[in-house]
Design a protein around this ligand. Structure first.
Ligand SMILES: C[S@@+](CC[C@H](N)C(=O)[O-])C[C@H]1O[C@@H](n2cnc3c(N)ncnc32)[C@H](O)[C@@H]1O
Length: 251
């Protein structure tokens, strides 16, 4: 390990962590997140989520999904279930089925009883599951293997994100919505709505690079942007590690 890396690991980084903690003792978000939907409030047992690395994006995720009026939603990456709860609440508006896949066992995530009927959790590597079992899973559940909303929030690594795009995009319906989290991942940045700092890691632009490759376009993930590229409408939010929404523009 080089001297610069040793200094970074043992001195700069621990100091930054302390600075973040100190800053967050006094920081507040300028714009709080609030839910005005009964399903969302039931899913979270509150009209406000706990502040986290994804909480700023939950209203966007919810609205995009409700607007898509999906039948089948696939979530890659469940962890503690914040995105899952949001997806399940949105799914209620179109009676959609939600398939969540995570390499770790997230079946114990606290999901309110009336959402459980539409939620299916599978513990698997998402690439292996797509290759070996997705079509069969759809047949077993009497569903077309056509995904209306795909939510991707897994390893955030370039090769893996590329593999996810290659594996899962062929199953997208003609007007599908794809939502990626962590498209602006950094070791340290002002993340949550203006105020609170959070600690991330440098994924070498892993997710956004894979999206750039898909769209054939260079993107500045540090800015808010919207545009059309290839067959996709793109809307990007740089805060809270970045959220990028792609909508298929099939005519
Ligand atoms: C950032 S967390 C997801 C956060 C979650 N969406 C939320 O709102 O709380 C990333 C998740 O991706 C999962 N993961 C990482 N690599 C994976 C893979 N190859 N296949 C499936 N899941 C994976 C991890 O186990 C982890 O739970």
């Amino acid at each position: 390990m080089s001297i610069a890396r040793i200094v970074d690991k043992h001195l700069v980084w621990p100091l930054r962590k302390h600075y973040h903690k100190l800053h967050n003792l006094f920081a507040t978000n300028s714009f709080a997140v609030r839910f005005y939907d009964d399903h969302l409030i039931r899913a979270f047992r509150s009209d406000q989520p706990t502040v986290s690395d994804i909480s700023d994006h939950l209203p966007t995720i919810f609205s995009e999904i409700v607007a898509a009026f999906p039948k089948l939603i696939v979530e890659l990456g469940t962890r503690g279930g914040e995105s899952t709860k949001t997806i399940l609440a949105a799914a209620k508006h179109s009676d959609a089925t939600v398939l969540s896949i995570d390499i770790n066992d997230c079946s114990g995530v606290e999901i309110a009883t009336d959402f459980k009927f539409s939620w299916h959790f599978v513990q698997a590597d998402d690439i292996i599951f797509e290759n070996d079992a997705f079509q069969k899973w759809c047949i077993t559940h009497a569903l077309e293997p056509r995904i209306d909303v795909l939510f991707i929030d897994t390893s955030h690594l370039y090769e893996h994100t590329r593999a996810e795009i290659q594996a899962w995009f062929p199953h997208l319906s003609p007007r599908a919505t794809v939502i990626f989290h962590d498209t602006n991942l950094n070791r340290t940045s002002r993340t949550y709505n203006n105020g609170i700092l959070n600690i991330g890691w440098d994924n070498q632009r892993g997710v956004i690079r894979a999206i750039e490759e898909l769209l054939g376009k260079h993107l500045n993930e540090g800015e808010v942007f919207a545009g059309v590229a290839a067959e996709w409408l793109i809307h990007h939010y740089p805060n809270s590690f970045g959220l990028t929404v792609l909508k298929k523009l099939t005519r």
